[in-house]
Structures are given as structure tokens and as C-alpha cells.
Design a protein around this ligand. Structure first.
Ligand SMILES: *Cc1c(COP(=O)(O)O)cnc(C)c1O
Length: 352
């Protein structure tokens, strides 16, 4: 607390990112990073871009990357917005589309940044309680609102909603924007992108952080009707026109081009996920169905908090949330087969 802080800063409750510890080498299964390196073509292109051109500002319209995404997703260029990580795209979306007089809706167990943005921007919100199976009760979102945001698959549960169901939600919400946060959709889910041409209130947000192994590059994007995209550009150009640097722009293009690398790494993660779920169940864990690059699991005998601590002592870092209803769960990122074998071995020791 400082006397120089204004009232807003005093009342903030900022998001707490997962640990990035420096004290020793952990098997890091706590922040949903991809265990595989990015495409070699990304690295190569970025190395070549470390040159005197860095004295110049980057392209504020991100046109090369937008061209690439437009042809990849079969969209028009004016249906695409690029941001510094999808976190920034989400923040800009809250600023552009949600208003103070009507409540915005999101699940009570969900990405915890939503509540932070709402508070930062003085937006009123209502959190909709997940049902007893940790599914999102979509009927509860069909009420008057100032905007809807749902991750699909959800985090930290990993559970997936069929897009036909979400489509009905978009249709029932013609007076507000429905944002689907698809940070994890590439790990077995289906994207809402194909409905963008049908609905002017649908915004789909994705990121290169998870399925493209580029969490360190900070690139995310929004796809939607051109008027929504223009709204996001109005916000961006009122804050910082150059959110994506030269190197990130060049790397992002290559990341989308290298389809083979993308297919190979996402397939490996899906197959490791399947094996991990089986192994965890074999140890007495209950594991929620997952279509993401993590699983959400609880054990009937040992609490989530103790398991988290013991795993950390054993050099394996997972995520534990000290929050009602989920404090007995661990969120475990899917690593390589070798990393997951160590996790299972350590859990066996701890449970013995
Ligand atoms: C990881 C994550 C993001 C943020 O991703 P960045 O692009 O790295 O900012 C957004 N939404 C959800 C649900 C996430 O889990």
C-alpha cells in the first residue's frame, strides 16, 4: 500500500499467474505450457529477423499475420484482430463490448482473469454456478445480460461444450456479445469459427500460447464480425498501436504455416492425455473428462493441497486452487510421456 496509489489501485485484486520458480529444476505441469518446442521454422525466421530493422516500429496492422490467418481459417481480413497474448485480446474485448449497466455472465469456476477484468473496469457481473458434474449450465446464460464469456474447453476443468449447444446460446443472445475463449480448442475440440459469418454477436478468441508452443511470444487473436473487430481496433489504437513486436509477427506467420508440426504435437498431447487419465484412475483418482492439454483430478484419500505440496517437494509442479468446490483438485498440464511417467511414479510413492 502506498499513499501514491489511487482508489482504483487500492481496491484491485490482480490475477495471480502460476509459479515460474527459479530455485530448482521442476517438471513443470502447472501453467499449461506446451512440452514440445515451437516449430523450427518459427525459430529460424525469428533469428533471421534479429537485424537492423529492429530500429523501425513493427507493422501496427499486423497485415502479414492477418493474411496468414485469413487464409488458414477462410475468413476476411477485417474479421481478425491480433493482440499481445489472448489475455490482452480479452481485456480489450471487455473494454469494447461490455457495459456498466447490465451484468456480464461467466461460469463461477473458470478462467480467473475474467473477474479481474470486470473489477478493473467497474463492470457488474454474475457468475453462473457449474452443475454437479462441473458442466456449464447453458440454460442459465439465456437471460438478459451485458455480455457472455465462456472458455471452451473450460479451464481449469478441461470440460468441453458441443458447439451446437453454444450456437443456440449465441442465437438466444442477440442483444449482447458472446465471447468463446478457445485457448484449448485445438486439443480435441471443435471451433466456433465456422459460425462467425452467421452471427454478428459472436467473438472467438484463440492463442498461440498453448497449441502452438509459443507462450513466450505473447500472441493471441480474436475472430468475429468486422464491426466487432473494428471496435477492438478502436480500443487498441487508444492504448498502444504497436502491441506485437517485429519478431513476434514474423514467428507467428511461420507458426500457422507449419501445419505438420502443429498436427504432430497436438496429436502427441492428446494421446499422452489419454494414457495419463488411465494411469491416474488406476491410482484412485477421479479425473474429469478433458479436451484440453491438462486434466483436473482429485483423490479420495489425500487432499489436493497436500498432494500439490508433496509433488512439489518431489520436483513436480502442478496447479492447486485454494477455492471452494475445487480445493481438492489438482490441475495437471499434459507434458511429454516421460514427464508424465515421472509424475505417476512420484504419485505412487506419495500415495503408498
Ligand atoms: C492460457 C489462457 C489464456 C491466455 O493465453 P495467452 O494468450 O497466453 O494470454 C486465455 N484464456 C484461457 C482460458 C487460458 O487458459
Amino acid at each position: 500500500m502506498s499513499k501514491y496509489w489511487n482508489d482504483k489501485v487500492r481496491e484491485l485484486e490482480p490475477y495471480v499467474p502460476g509459479e515460474q520458480p527459479k530455485d530448482k529444476k521442476y517438471i513443470k505441469l502447472n501453467t499449461n505450457e506446451n512440452p514440445y518446442p515451437p516449430s523450427k521454422k518459427v525459430i529460424e525466421a525469428m533469428k533471421n529477423a534479429v537485424n537492423d530493422d529492429l530500429k523501425l516500429y513493427p507493422d501496427p496492422t499486423c497485415s502479414d499475420f492477418i493474411d496468414e490467418l485469413a487464409s488458414y481459417y477462410n475468413l476476411d481480413k477485417d474479421q481478425i484482430f491480433i493482440g499481445n497474448g489472448s489475455d490482452e485480446v480479452l481485456a480489450f474485448s471487455f473494454m469494447a463490448f461490455f457495459s456498466k449497466d447490465r451484468k456480464i455472465l461467466f461460469p463461477d469456476i473458470s478462467y480467473s482473469f475474467y473477474i479481474v477484468y470486470a473489477q478493473l473496469l467497474n463492470l457488474d457481473y454474475k457468475m453462473i454456478k457449474l452443475d454437479e458434474n462441473f458442466d456449464v449450465p447453458l440454460e442459465e446464460f439465456k437471460r438478459p445480460n451485458g455480455g457472455v464469456i465462456i472458455p471452451n474447453p473450460n479451464a481449469p476443468t478441461g470440460k468441453y461444450i458441443y458447439i451446437e449447444e453454444l450456437k443456440k446460446l449465441v442465437e438466444a443472445n442477440k442483444d449482447s456479445v458472446v465471447i468463446i475463449d478457445e485457448a484449448y480448442v485445438d486439443f480435441g475440440g471443435e471451433s466456433m469459427i465456422k459460425f462467425i459469418k452467421d452471427y454478428d454477436n459472436l467473438l472467438v478468441i484463440q492463442t498461440l500460447s498453448k497449441s502452438r508452443s509459443l507462450a513466450g511470444l505473447r500472441v493471441g487473436f480474436a475472430l468475429g464480425n468486422k464491426d466487432l473487430i473494428e471496435g477492438l481496433n478502436r480500443i487498441k489504437n487508444s492504448i498502444n498501436s504497436y502491441t506485437i513486436d517485429r519478431l513476434a509477427l514474423i514467428g507467428s506467420v511461420e507458426a500457422i504455416r507449419d501445419e505438420e508440426h502443429f498436427q504432430e504435437t497436438t496429436k502427441k498431447i492428446i494421446s499422452t492425455r489419454k494414457k495419463t487419465i488411465k494411469d491416474l484412475e488406476g491410482l484412485g483418482f477421479t479425473v474429469l473428462e478433458s479436451k484440453s492439454n491438462f486434466v483436473f483430478a482429485s483423490h479420495k484419500e489425500i487432499s489436493g493441497k497436500i498432494l500439490y505440496e508433496k509433488l512439489k517437494d518431489n520436483g513436480v509442479l502442478v496447479r492447486h486452487f485454494n477455492k471452494e468446490r475445487i480445493n481438492n483438485f489438482l490441475r495437471i498440464t499434459i507434458g511429454t510421456d516421460e514427464e508424465m511417467a515421472v509424475l505417476i511414479k512420484k504419485l505412487k510413492l506419495i500415495l503408498r
